[in-house]
Design a protein around this ligand. Structure first.
Ligand code: GLY
Length: 359
């Protein structure tokens, strides 16, 4: 991301969303969006503490709701508390909810905006690399329930997304790695992106390098969402590695991005073992993912419990037939596909994949 502001128009069937990307994105858009109305800000305690100058500058007289940080707060209880605070703040149908934070704030904030008075405008201000390249864009909103991630939610496009690099400088190394999970995903979908990452595996931990990929990641995602907003087909490609990723994430307390990296590793290996993925391409993709995992090494998941962890995949939203687990996997350059396996076969393939990868 450089100083030059870029604008991506996401023309989804339900609504047009303007995405402004750049080092001056907040300065250019927020004064216009906040003017003349009673609004509401949702953020979390980490973002609030780190960016007090930002809240002071743009939201001085606005009700700010500060959620505790973490996926464990993406619940109905938090949603109810937020909606109650919105009611007390006297919001109108013309008010806007500004979701300033990472994936949790964006998901629950978008859902609150979709519900309040049957829908008020939502402006997403993603502050993590992961939220900037993925969850802040595309209108997926959700809370978790019964140990299942994002099982309750709505497709609700934000009116605007403000992607500003000012937030990235405070991210810890682990957060940058989390964002990489979603950035690497685009390499499985787009040939030019794949070549770029393949040629730069040693730069995957560099925020400067990754920042240069943000606008292109958003463009790729916006194109997919325009063609398949409600995920009836093509949008499933944005879930490459996510079935196994979610299972690992929930069972091991990993962040979403870390789960997705291991999920991509295992699901690409499964696609290779099944002969679904072209060999040379799949091996190169695995190398990219392994390089991403090697940045800011965090504890490796304990794969001895994978058969138990895998149970979570039964509730995956890509599954279309009871008893079958559907994975979105890389196939060849610019090509992806879905494979559906019985649960028992999925577990067997995971075990084979773990062995083949030496995990
Ligand atoms: N995060 C995947 C999607 O938005 O479809």
């Amino acid at each position: 991301m450089n100083g030059q502001t870029q604008v991506v128009e996401l023309n989804a069937p339900s609504m047009k969303a303007r995405i402004t990307i750049g080092a001056n994105a907040t300065k250019e858009r927020l004064p216009l969006l906040t003017a003349g109305q009673v609004n509401f800000v949702l953020t979390d305690c980490n973002v609030y503490a780190l960016h007090q100058d930002f809240f002071e500058e743009y939201f001085k007289n606005t009700e700010i709701y500060v959620l505790p940080a973490g996926e464990e707060y993406k619940t109905f209880q938090s949603l109810e508390n937020i909606l109650l605070a919105m009611t007390k703040a006297g919001l109108l149908r013309t008010s806007k909810l500004f979701a300033v934070g990472g994936g949790v704030v964006g998901d629950i904030g978008g859902l609150a905006a979709s519900l309040y008075m049957r829908g008020i405008a939502c402006v997403q201000v993603p502050t993590t690399l992961l939220a900037q390249v993925d969850s802040g864009v595309g209108g997926k909103t959700a809370v978790d329930l019964g140990g299942v991630k994002n099982i309750v939610g709505a497709f609700y496009q934000p009116q605007e997304v403000i992607v500003d690099s000012r937030f990235l400088s405070t991210l810890p190394a682990r957060e940058i790695k989390c964002g990489m999970g979603e950035i690497v995903k685009y390499a499985a979908l787009d040939g030019a992106f794949f070549d770029e990452l393949s040629a730069n595996t040693e730069r995957l931990g560099s925020l400067e390098f990754l920042s240069g990929l943000i606008a292109e990641s958003i463009r790729l995602k916006a194109g997919v969402v325009e063609r398949d907003e409600k995920e009836t087909g093509e949008r499933k490609c944005l879930n490459v590695g996510h079935t196994t990723g979610h299972a690992i994430e929930l069972s091991h307390g990993f962040s979403h991005g870390e789960g997705v990296l291991y999920g991509m590793l295992l699901e690409t290996q499964i696609a290779l073992l099944l002969g679904v993925c072209e060999k040379e391409y799949g091996e190169k993709l695995i190398k990219i993912v392994q390089s991403a995992i090697a940045v800011a090494p965090y504890q490796k998941p304990d794969f001895s419990s994978i058969a138990v962890d895998a149970e979570k995949a039964k509730a995956d939203k890509k599954n279309t037939q009871s008893g079958l687990i559907t994975l979105a996997v890389a196939k060849a350059k610019n090509e992806w596909t879905t494979v559906s396996l019985s649960f028992e076969r999925y577990v067997r393939m995971l075990l084979e994949g773990i062995k083949a990868l030496g995990l």
